[in-house]
Structures are given as C-alpha cells and as structure tokens.
Design a protein around this ligand. Structure first.
Ligand code: SF4
Ligand code: SF4
Length: 102
C-alpha cells in the first residue's frame, strides 16, 4: 500500500512510497517543522509594531500570521530566520537574534 505524505517517515520503505516520491495531497508543508533548521530568529516587539502588515507578503514562508488585520506574532514552527521581515519593517519592530531558539 502506498503511504500518504503525512505517514511517510524514516522507516518507510521504497515499496511504500509513491512512484517518484511524488506527493499528491495538498498543504503537506504545514506538517513539516521547517523552523528546526533556523539559524537566526526574528523577535517581534509588539509595542513598536504598527500593524502596517508590510512584512507579511515579504515573508517567503508565510510565517507572519495575521488575525483581524493585525500581526499576531511569528510562526516559529515554519520561520526559517531569513531576516527579510526585519529588513522591511520601517518601525524597527522586528530584530534578528542569533541562534534558532525562541
Ligand atoms: S512591518 Fe513592522 S510595523 Fe508593520 S506589521 Fe510588520 S512588524 Fe509590524
Ligand atoms: S525571518 Fe524570514 S521566514 Fe522568518 S518570519 Fe521573517 S521573513 Fe518570515
């Protein structure tokens, strides 16, 4: 039987994989902790944030969640620490700290 993407792990055999390792289900990237390989970490200063949302479309990993038109934090499960958000914020509300720890 072919495994679905969410059931594939380091013990899966090639016989269980789909042809070519292709993934047919949508949104499987949500399952992967891409933040685990982050080397730098953005820190949001909520007091400085003006909720202009300029940083949001620049984030290549969609890791800046917005709720009711306001930035509500950083999705550290997926953020890879590229630092683009800190670069584009005109209000200095995001700074980068060394290391991947939150
Ligand atoms: S760009 Fe800066 S001020 Fe604007 S929402 Fe992002 S963190 Fe807040
Ligand atoms: S550091 Fe990069 S990946 Fe993380 S929230 Fe900022 S723009 Fe997105």
């Amino acid at each position: 039987m072919k495994l679905s993407a969410r059931d594939i792990n380091e013990n899966s055999t090639w016989q269980e994989m789909t042809l070519g390792g292709e993934i047919y289900e949508p949104a499987t990237s949500k399952l992967v902790n891409t933040g685990a390989w982050r080397t730098n970490t953005p820190v949001l200063d909520v007091a400085k944030c003006r909720h202009c949302l300029m940083c949001v479309p620049y984030c290549p990993d969609s890791s800046l969640p917005v709720l009711y038109g306001r930035l509500v934090g950083v999705d550290y499960y997926h953020c890879k620490g590229c630092g683009i958000c800190a670069e584009v914020c005109s209000f200095g509300a995001i700074t980068m700290k060394e290391g991947g720890e939150v």
